[in-house]
Design a protein around this ligand. Structure first.
Ligand code: GDP
Length: 364
């Protein structure tokens, strides 16, 4: 069996977990695709690592992509990379719950600059507020601003310098006339990221194009810089038993019911006792196998292929096969327990979450 080693094992921080939210058609899926393809193109620096339901962009790749921005954003990274949840949207975000908050460390709120804030933008802001998840604003589709001349894959700051006065004015009109104004009505101070002095008080706006790749270097650099600077305590990796969240419960051929999970702390191994919520109360079972997508080079065959691994370190997305998962609930917390006694204790703490999950499962 192969092992999934933590990237940057000597570093004590794990990858921040990043989600993408925003109104339908504002470009969430395209933005995630562009981040992935930009990272894959930097394969000599490490490319991306595909997980279950998530992709990791390693810090060496972020440093390489954001190299032209050195002077504006510090790019010596202490985090080992960024873990992006692959499926954008509010439904999935709600399955990343953790008591009193979210296992998502940071969010990208995508706003189409040709549309401004729309219904689901406001819903996303409310969700982020209630789960206390910090975020930045990706002001997307800048290539569609009147007069904008695209500079594919360039940092926003470089592309901006090449724009006509008209295009610059159009961008300012959207950023200040719409985004900053609307957010201030909602009680948030927002500003173009290059002009922010105190990132703890101001939400950063990063102009991007998911189509041309403009602004992707800025986006990655700001995400990495902000998370490692302001969320350090959350990101300290603990060697102990894993904690995570169940993203999806599904049937897998030959394996029966499996759970796709995001692990945000600790280590999970084959044979470990796990505790999670089920429709009829907490489930205590043992990990039969841990599955990860086969490396990209092996993906020529149709569909995702999987490899068995013996252990997985946070942060990670992993598929777990185990007995008795038929009634498992998406959105449940999942914990590794050191003993049956500990598992029983943990199952008590899980009881408090179960009512909310069943209510949600009935609605779905
Ligand atoms: P989602 O519903 O938020 O995931 O939005 P999608 O990623 O599916 O994008 C909606 C539409 O906008 C698609 O037709 C995309 O090709 C297009 N789109 C997304 N980002 C950009 C962009 O930066 N520039 C342009 N011109 N089109 C974009």
């Amino acid at each position: 069996m192969s092992q999934v080693q933590p990237q940057g094992q000597t570093k004590k921080l794990r990858q921040p977990i990043v989600v993408v939210l925003g109104h339908v058609d504002h470009g969430k899926t395209s933005l995630l695709d562009k981040i992935r393809s930009t990272a894959i193109a930097a394969r000599e620096a490490g490319g991306i690592t595909q997980h279950i339901g998530a992709s990791i962009v390693p810090s060496a790749v972020i440093e390489k992509i954001s190299e032209p921005l050195k002077k504006i954003v510090p790019i010596k990274l202490a985090i080992p990379g960024l873990l992006f949840i692959d499926t954008p949207g509010h439904e999935l975000f709600s399955n990343l719950r953790k008591r009193g908050g979210s296992i998502a460390d940071f969010a990208i709120l995508v706003i189409d600059v040709t549309k401004g804030l729309q219904d689901q933008t406001f819903e996303a802001i409310d969700l982020l507020k209630s789960r206390k998840v910090p975020f930045l604003i990706a002001a997307n589709k800048i290539d569609r601003l009147p007069g904008w001349e695209s500079n594919p894959d360039q940092p926003f700051v470089v592309s901006y310098q090449n724009q006509s006065r008209r295009a610059k004015e159009e961008l300012e009109r959207v950023i200040y006339g719409i985004i900053v104004t609307k957010f201030s009505e909602l009680g948030f101070q927002t500003e173009l990221y290059t002009k922010i002095k105190d990132f703890t008080k101001t939400v950063a706006i990063v102009p991007v194009s998911a189509k041309t790749g403009e602004g992707i270097p800025d986006l990655l650099a700001v995400l990495a810089g902000l998370t490692q600077q302001y969320l350090k305590n959350r990101l300290i990796f603990a060697e102990g038993p894993a904690k995570g969240s169940v993203l999806e419960v599904k049937e897998a051929e030959g394996l029966g019911t499996v759970i796709d999970t995001i692990i945000y702390d600790g280590i999970i191994r084959v044979g470990d006792i796990i505790v999670l919520n089920g429709k009829n109360g907490p489930i205590i079972t043992n990990v039969r196998s841990l599955l990860m997508p086969a490396p990209l080079s092996d993906l020529r065959a149709k569909g995702t292929r999987f490899v068995n691994v013996s252990e997985v370190y946070a942060a990670a997305g992993v598929r777990i096969a185990a007995p008795d998962l038929e009634n498992a609930l998406a959105g449940s917390s999942i914990y590794v327990a050191n003993s049956v006694e500990e598992a029983n204790e943990l199952s008590k703490t899980l009881q408090s979450e179960v009512k909310e999950l069943i209510f949600k499962a009935d609605k779905d």
